[in-house]
Design a protein around this ligand. Structure first.
Ligand code: FMN
Length: 201
């Protein structure tokens, strides 16, 4: 079961939208997660892998995996959604995740950073446009600067190491953008509320 340990840390849930064995969405997401874990102190990361979960079809009941996912997203300060480009859109796995996050959605009000990967050279533009639209619809704060990764099949060696420095930099920057947004727009608000509460008590 996924849970965050420290209530005071910045908590990020990273969700990958491919369940294909050896998928490239996870390899790409791993870079963004590594950036969070190694470069940002006080940040806790939960990686939700739908392949290892028992998410039900939307509206058909609940499961331990669903309860854990909802709890993690509810407790999260921010979310990273990584999707493959499948048939000119984002994957059904990502839609399964979003549809399982409730109506109204626990994504509402959460800063969400988007990443899309594609085999083709056009990249994951359409997947990201569609995903942005749905995330906005459920009330998420979709951050500007989504990362689209074209030609992802050629990007990694057998050990999962990225062989394109510029692309790796763009992917890692997504994590920094999310944390910067949280520092600039979420954390100060919490601190201010606390200050006002303390003054009036
Ligand atoms: C069902 C399906 C549909 C796909 N459609 C597209 C597509 O429209 N455009 C594209 O560039 N690649 C497409 N691909 C290739 C994926 O982008 C490629 O597998 C890439 O590695 C990302 O997916 P992955 O995370 O599952 O590896 C498709 C792959 C699958 C399995």
């Amino acid at each position: 079961m996924m849970t965050f340990n420290s209530p005071n840390s910045i908590r990020i849930v990273a969700i990958g939208g491919s369940v294909r064995p050896g998928n490239f969405t996870s390899k790409t997401l791993a870079l963004a997660v590594d950036e969070l874990r190694t470069k940002h102190q006080g940040v806790e990361v939960e990686w939700f892998d739908p392949a290892k979960s028992d998410l039900p079809l939307p509206g058909t009941g609940t499961s331990s995996g669903l309860d854990a996912l909802k709890q993690s997203v509810t407790e999260a300060t921010g979310v990273i959604l990584a999707t493959p480009e499948y048939h000119g859109s984002y994957s059904s796995v990502i839609k399964l995740v979003i549809d399982n996050l409730g109506f109204p959605s626990v994504l509402s009000g959460k800063p969400v950073a988007l990443m899309g990967v594609a085999a083709g050279q056009i990249g994951a533009i359409k997947a990201l446009e569609h995903l942005r639209s749905v995330c906005s619809h459920v009330g998420a704060i979709v951050l500007p600067g989504p990362v689209s990764v074209p030609g992802v099949g050629q990007l990694f060696d057998d050990q999962g190491k990225c062989n394109d420095e510029a692309t790796e930099k763009r992917i890692r920057k997504l994590s920094t953008t999310l944390i910067d947004y949280i520092h600039n727009h979420i954390c100060p608000k919490i601190a201010l509320e606390e200050m006002v509460r303390n003054q009036s008590s």
